[in-house]
Design a protein around this ligand. Structure first.
Ligand SMILES: Nc1nc2c(ncn2[C@@H]2O[C@H](COP(=O)(O)OP(=O)(O)OP(=O)(O)O)[C@@H](O)[C@H]2O)c(=O)[nH]1
Ligand SMILES: [Zn+2]
Length: 188
């Protein structure tokens, strides 16, 4: 990555072409001809979280007790194998007099998932950013399927659950309240 956070796609494409050769492929055959360029574009998209503008800047005045954005889908890349892990995140917070635009919570999850990650850090980073924005408490729960564990290695179908809670969410009854909200059936 360059200093300005932009990927050098020409260089990445060249390296991917070399990788195809090392893997015993012919990068000039029809199906692979555009693959290095396509992959460079893909990396720009799926690792775009580092440069994402995901400021929690749209706020509204409100006295709500606790807010939960549930079932936010995410796609991330495991930093050990550079294979995808993906699933759902629930983001809950106790506002300090102001609430965030709900789409900004989705952007926040994208900011920390669209990079080389581990699930525990993704979960913590989302919670910590909410704390930096002045909330009274935050709880983030993620469930992810890791392809590095499914299609290679142990080849097991287990999923991974991670949780981070901060501030007033340390209170057990509040956490249980949020978990009940997450488990509640959809209204419609
Ligand atoms: N805690 C945690 N571990 C992860 C995550 N993504 C991948 N891993 C694990 O990272 C570990 C890397 O272990 P290594 O022993 O260095 O790699 P490896 O030889 O390919 O390991 P195996 O996957 O067991 O074949 C593996 O156990 C992965 O399952 C994640 O988000 N969180
Ligand atoms: Zn992995």
């Amino acid at each position: 990555m360059k200093d300005n956070g932009k990927l050098n796609k020409k260089k990445i494409s060249k390296l991917l072409r070399q990788l195809l050769i090392e893997l015993g492929e012919n990068p000039d055959r029809e199906g692979l001809m555009g693959t290095p360029d396509r992959m460079a574009n893909m990396y720009e998209e799926i690792l775009g979280g580092y440069t994402m503008d995901a400021e929690l800047d749209v706020t509204f005045s409100d006295e709500t007790d606790v807010i939960v954005a549930r079932d936010i889908q995410f796609y991330s890349m495991c930093e050990h194998h550079m294979l995808p892990f993906f699933g759902k995140v629930h983001v809950a917070y106790v506002p300090a007099g102001k609430v965030f635009g709900v789409s900004k919570l989705v952007r926040l999850v994208e900011k920390y998932s669209r990079r080389l990650q581990i699930q525990e850090r993704l979960t913590k980073e989302v919670a910590d950013e909410l704390v930096r924005m002045g909330v009274k408490g935050a709880m983030v729960i993620a469930e992810g399927d890791h392809l590095c564990m499914k299609m290679r290695g142990v080849r097991n179908n287990s999923s991974m659950l991670t949780i981070a809670y901060r501030g007033v969410m340390e209170q057990k009854d509040l956490r249980e309240h949020v978990l009940a909200m997450i488990r509640a059936p959809k209204a419609f």
